[in-house]
Design a protein around this ligand. Sequence first.
Ligand SMILES: Cc1ncc(COP(=O)(O)O)c(C=O)c1O
Length: 402
Amino acid sequence: MFDVSAVRATYPALADGFAYLDGAAGTQTPQPVIDAIADAYRTGIGNVGGTFPASHRSDGIVAECRRAVADLVGGDPGGVVLGPNMTTLTYRLANTLATGWGPGDEIVVSRLDHDANIRPWLQVAQRAGVTVRSAQVDLSTGELPIGQYRELIGEQTRLVAVTAASNVLGTRPDVAAITAIGHAAGAVCYVDGVHATAHGPVDMRALGADFYATSSYKWSGPHIGAVVARPELLEELRPDKLAPAPDQVPDRFETGTSPFADFAGVVAAVEHLASLDPAATGTRRERLLASTAAAEAHEQQLFGDLLAALAAMPHVTLYGSAARRTATAYFTVAGWEPGKVAEELAAARVNVWSGHSYAWELTGDLGIRDLGGAVRAGLVHYNDRSDIDRLIAAIADLGSRS
Ligand SMILES: Cc1ncc(COP(=O)(O)O)c(C=O)c1O
């Protein structure tokens, strides 16, 4: 059971009359998340590890935040590393993992990925003298063919980095098949779940992710990132850290003082996602699986209608047609630069993104990166039919004006 009107009513920002189709760049925040952050500050929080109640409250928030993120992705709370965003955490993990690499070693990245799951690996590989291999995208469909991974991965492969969903084409590659090949060769698999997490149930173990990265601002939370791994795997790694900073896992991967109030917001965001299907019962993990599946069905239904309408417009070129994809449309409009389309849509009170959206290699391969990329209209659980109807009407209007 999924009631989009009830969901929308919990998001104060949606009352401003804009169609928020920019969720792939960051979602709006529901009232319980806003309240949780304000309540943490109102109640009083201290730094962690102290003797007084305000400090204990922060200790509790950190522990609860790890539990919430673990529930969301199907991981272990003891392996949840929290940080400012996925990019920062990925650089930290890349630098740490690469201390064990050297010439003769190889890593495999994919050209479908956001640059945050490519560039950090390339840069540390270059410093370590490691060979980089790249998985290519089938540009006619946006699929990431699996067969190539049997050629790309070998005994010398130390790491396979791949996205669970493209942030522009929406493609959901067969991550489980890729990680199975990686694991058979003894490689570690780093899965970018930043785009995927917002669009359906996540089970990082089923994906075979040794590391699963996500960012709460893509799923109704504050600007916080997390990388989830098995605690035993984190135990093997030694990130750079200050001498007096905690040495236990996962704390030793977290630098400096954390934004504890925002962590309280992350917990509220996970609770919010778990409540999207009010009929869902059981543990929070069970409610999350049911609720995110219900939200995904809602998104996909709207997305099917949006794609059909855009495909019927001769002045629209759609990119990507993968068999499994998130509700993310990426398109150009004949006679209009993507940035200009976004401006016209903003004037029609429709929020979309335009450009390469950091899918740097992919948009380069598609030949559109230097042409302003394309327009991205992404649906999330709070979008409704009026949002897509307004987008469709505005794009149809551009056709008559080009
Ligand atoms: C698929 C994907 N990966 C990584 C990132 C980077 O995430 P963050 O902003 O948390 O560094 C983004 C952000 O848009 C993304 O969409």
